[in-house]
Design a protein around this ligand. Structure first.
Ligand code: LLP
Length: 387
């Protein structure tokens, strides 16, 4: 969204739509790739944050792998050109159909979340006469200090195998002939901005890796998940996350041999800042206590504010020098009071037909949209379509 005259280029386009700035995406990917590859790290892009095929094609072309959480995501990654050897498949509830699809493609690894799942993958792999490569997801009980809905690495969370089950999991892996344990997998949460949290994760990863190695198990891959946060308040001045600082933590604190690979599963940090939801003001309503800006986009297009009370910067387009500022509650058209993008947002005086950008919407935006209220399908505009 660096183009100052961007709103004139949006005139005539049907709203609401997701606008993807491919230059921001490219800059972000290049920075992440440079910082990771110089340390010998491999990054898989978490498709759950955005599975838009235009974006995926660019991400694939820049050398990233794909981290998938459904059979359809595995297929989407393959369709976008990702090599099956760079695809991982995670998730607590993989169906037999999804496992079979991933086996048939001979993906890099299944991130396995329970002992029962190990047994099911072993059985299905035997039928296909294959050996499934698996990484065991361990719940490290590290608090990510983020929103409780997106914290995943605590004992009360449903993810991974717990400490108490490890001995049994190791025994099951030993006896399953159609499974090869290639590594360990961890993921503690999302939108993490405190780098000390990743330092604590490294300490736990070292402990678990040692635990397995002491039992003679070779660990080829340490997958430390994703979770690097972005700056929702400053999408222009702080568009590129500090990948150097992030990868440096793992470089410093993760104990590993030169043969051991370190894998990451980043979603948000790679795509959040390249996307904005562009919407039109339908009505301006001056209530008794509040002024409402009623947009043509709602929680059906971007659910994060309604679901997590998440902050997204809201900007009126084309009014850089406005002097008359008003506080608005910026709301959508959906029949739910939670359909609100921001309360008391200070914006230039607005009128019907004005365009508004809801920023940092490239991750967990489009993918979490719904057809509730029988809304229209999501539309997109890409920066390379503008003149
Ligand atoms: N790996 C695993 C196992 C995950 O569960 C996730 C995200 C990721 C990687 C990618 O995490 P990231 O780098 O994007 O933080 N809908 C929520 C976020 C849910 C995250 C779920 N897991 C939101 O809108 O904030």
């Amino acid at each position: 969204m660096k183009n100052e005259n961007i709103e004139s280029q949006f005139v005539g386009k049907e709203t609401p739509f997701y606008y993807y700035d491919l230059n921001v995406l490219e800059e972000t990917l290049d920075a992440a790739y440079a910082a990771s590859s110089k340390r010998g790290f491999h990054v898989h892009f978490a498709l759950k944050s955005n599975f838009n095929s235009r974006l995926l094609e660019m991400i694939q072309s820049k050398g990233f792998g794909a981290d998938c959480v459904s059979g359809n995501e595995v297929q989407q990654a393959i369709n976008a050109g990702f090599d099956a050897k760079m695809i991982t498949f995670a998730g607590v509830g993989k169906s037999d159909k999804e496992i079979n699809l991933a086996l048939a493609h001979d993906i890099f690894a299944f991130n396995v979340e329970s002992i029962q799942e190990l047994e099911v993958i072993n059985e299905l792999a035997a039928v296909q006469e294959r050996k499934a490569k698996v990484a065991l997801r361990i719940n490290p009980n590290v608090d990510a200090h983020t929103h409780h809905y997106i914290t995943t690495g605590l004992d009360e969370n449903k993810f991974g195998v717990t400490n108490a089950e490890l001995e049994r999991a190791a025994a099951v892996i030993r006896k399953c002939e159609n499974i090869e344990l290639i590594g360990l997998h961890f993921h503690i949460g999302s939108q993490i901005t405190d780098m000390n949290v990743f330092k604590s994760l490294c300490v736990k990863v070292n402990e678990w890796k040692n635990w397995f190695e002491e039992r003679g198990v070779i660990i080829k891959v340490l997958n430390v998940g994703g979770g690097l946060g972005v700056d929702y308040h400053n999408p222009d001045t702080n568009a590129i996350p500090d990948f150097e600082a992030y990868f440096d933590i793992f470089d410093k604190f993760l104990e590993r041999t030169p043969q051991q690979e370190v894998h990451f599963e980043l979603g948000r940090a790679l795509v959040a800042q390249c996307g904005s939801l562009i919407s039109k003001v339908l009505y301006v309503k001056n209530g008794v206590k509040k002024n409402f800006l009623i947009l043509d986009a709602g929680m059906t297009e971007l659910m994060r504010p309604a679901l997590y009370q998440a902050f997204h910067k809201i900007e009126k387009l084309g009014d850089a020098n406005a002097t008359e500022l008003i506080n608005y509650d910026v709301v959508g058209p959906i029949c739910e009071s939670s359909d609100c993008f921001g309360k008391e947002v200070t914006l230039p005086l607005s009128k019907r037909g004005d365009l508004v950008a809801i920023r940092t919407a490239g991750a967990y935006g489009e993918v979490m949209s719904s057809r509730y209220n029988l809304r229209e399908e999501i539309r997109y505009v890409y920066s390379d379509e503008l003149v």
